[in-house]
Design a protein around this ligand. Sequence first.
Ligand code: DGT
Ligand code: CA
Ligand code: CA
Length: 576
Amino acid sequence: MPVHNDEIAAAFDEIADLLSLSGENQFRIRAYRRAAQTVRALPGELATRIASGFDPDQLPGIGADLAAKIREFVATGRCRALEELRRSIPRGLRELLALPDVGPQRARALYESLGIHGLADLREALARHRIRRVPHFGARLEERLRKSLETLGERSHRVLWSVADGYAQALRRWLAAIPGVAQVEVAGSYRRGRETVGDLDLVVAAPPGVDVDRALRGYDEVASVLASGRTRSSVVLRSGLQVDVRVVPPASYGAALYYSTGSKAHNIHLRTLAVAKGLKVNEYGVYRGRTRIAGETEESVLAAVGLPYIEPELREDRGEFDAAAAGRLPTLVTRAQLRGDLHSHTRATDGMASLEEMVAAARQAGLRYLAITDHSKFLGAVHGLDATGLSRQIDEIDSLNERIRGIRVLKGVEVDVLEDGSLALPDAVLAKLDLVVGAVHSQFDLPRKRQTERLLRALDHPYLSVLAHPTARLIDQRPPIDCDWGRVFRRAAERPCWMELNAQPARLDLDDVLAREAAASGVLLSIASDAHRVEDFALLEGGVRQARRAWLSASAIANTRPLGELRRLLRGTFLK
Ligand code: DGT
Ligand code: CA
Ligand code: CA
């Protein structure tokens, strides 16, 4: 039974949560969390590598004990340590963790100060306004908890694109291997590159007589069958993810792929355009009367209604038809056009690899420059750099630049934007760097006016090159900060300061809508991995996907520029 990286990671995260609920020591907990991150970030399936002899204890931060648990999980689909923990901790306490604002520490605090054992207890305590009296909780958090408790039942079961990817590609390979199958593609929101995916939609081209449905039911991750038939099947995988499969003859493949890729709003718009030309579009083709005039490829479907090809990422009915008709569709940025990365970490702060290792990995990923931007020291940061630490790193980078070939290391920092909009390091220190990446890591729930002023004040600072993960949202875990982005983007464009499109799968921040708005205001974007380990440069692909959904071309992205031009532009972000 193939076990996906995401399932292993989820098991480790749950162990960490449960250990933390039971007050276990921080080192063990952190080891599980780190292992979860490591496994989740791996580019290929770990189970496959283990099957061909790889020992998971070779992975950074994974020792003999964790490696044994991974091997057990991969071999049996089970993790006994997790099962025991689940038995020993009351279900009610575990339920609390389903709330986005409640981690193990807060769950423990609720339990210890108010005896809250589960969601029912929490609901009652909220009704009596008792939560705000728990140390470190307060009225604002109480209000957020009330809201998230209300919406808990409605919260969708969408998964991150990066999680869906593991399931989607494994299934695609399975279906592509069926004798007689001509083509298979994963369509739907996955193909449009949405940051989260509700279910998977696969389109299969096969001549009649190829029993795709039976092959699908034979896939060993299938937990239940919702619908079964010659042209359509739906199943639910063990992970809970639903999969819809549509089978069409090769002559209809383009039309079916087009239909299943969506979005629904895009399809409806296309159908209206077709009707105006006396045509009919459906999942089998484009028809004039009863004659099929197109359908084998997506290009043929669009050409039949007089339009050029429209990339899947643009198919959201956000103006793509008008742009296509006017010949003004953007040439979307590609991963190959990225020449560098302006946000990364090393072991000097919370990264997992040394400076040399990160730089070598970036070069391996085809990048020609890499900015090292470790964290500044600020209140609460576990191991941020102070002025002395940063000076030492500057020297190390200077000496590394003399030794290495093929890539240039830029000196940077990820400095905290404090509550009043000032930066957490003195100007004299920042002035020595090639770039300064500012980021909000605290006071996420300031009211809109104060949050906007905070960012505008940061933009007034003489040394600020890029605002990292501007909204600070974490998909499904933390909402974006509330801010007047129109004002912030206008100020950033004048200054100039760049906005980041952070490629971490749970961040993807700015999102597609805001990134498009920023670029339209004249702000340059930086697609950045925020790499904490050598594998993380692969994440840039997801940042590019989001940028494409934002209609961005290479010209809107700072890190598509050659090094010389980039350095010149960076100097322009320092106002002194
Ligand atoms: P998801 O799964 O919620 O992340 O989003 P999608 O876009 O994958 O939506 P899904 O799985 O419900 O349907 C897949 C595609 O099928 C959708 O993007 C467009 C097409 N589709 C679904 N329902 C309709 C419909 O009522 N009319 C038309 N024209 N197309 C539809
Ligand atoms: Ca879908
Ligand atoms: Ca679907």
